[in-house]
Design a protein around this ligand. Structure first.
Ligand SMILES: Cc1cc2nc3c(=O)[nH]c(=O)nc-3n(C[C@H](O)[C@H](O)[C@H](O)COP(=O)(O)O)c2cc1C
Length: 117
């Protein structure tokens, strides 16, 4: 069955390996009949979580940047693919920004997963 696939390419280098791999994955996923969207973090501005916990009341982050748009795409996707360089034995720091540096995103994602069951 066709799925909504979101591919997040996280390298901020031009012509990066991550972007090449993401594009190849996207081609295959589209050929298999899926609905695919690619996002690159190269041109995005994403701030760090301030830990203010305002999202617990508001249900959204008070920082107005590109993470908010990516959050909506993450919530809408059925499959999420990370194409990331390895920096010091793990996914790069910028890879973690859309998800883990913003409490509002992880809270909304876990609430959404509980709802979907
Ligand atoms: C600061 C830094 C740390 C790295 N650490 C690792 C590492 O721990 N293990 C590894 O296999 N490659 C490591 N690499 C190599 C990158 O993961 C590799 O070049 C990757 O393909 C770069 O991805 P990109 O072209 O999408 O930017 C490191 C590169 C840099 C710049």
């Amino acid at each position: 069955m066709a799925k909504k696939v979101l591919i997040i390419s996280t390298s901020i280098r031009a012509n990066s390996n991550s972007e090449i791999l993401a594009a190849a994955f996207a081609d295959g996923a589209r050929e298999a009949g899926n609905e695919v969207e690619c996002v690159t973090l190269k041109d995005k501005t994403i701030g760090f979580c301030k830990g203010c916990l305002a999202c617990q009341k508001l249900g959204r982050c008070v920082i107005d940047d590109d993470a908010n748009d990516i959050t909506e795409k993450l919530l809408d996707a059925e499959v999420v693919v990370w194409a990331t360089p390895i920096y010091y034995y793990e996914m790069s720091g910028q890879s973690k920004l859309p998800l883990f540096a913003r409490l509002s995103v992880s809270r909304r994602l876990s609430a959404d997963h509980r709802r979907r069951g």
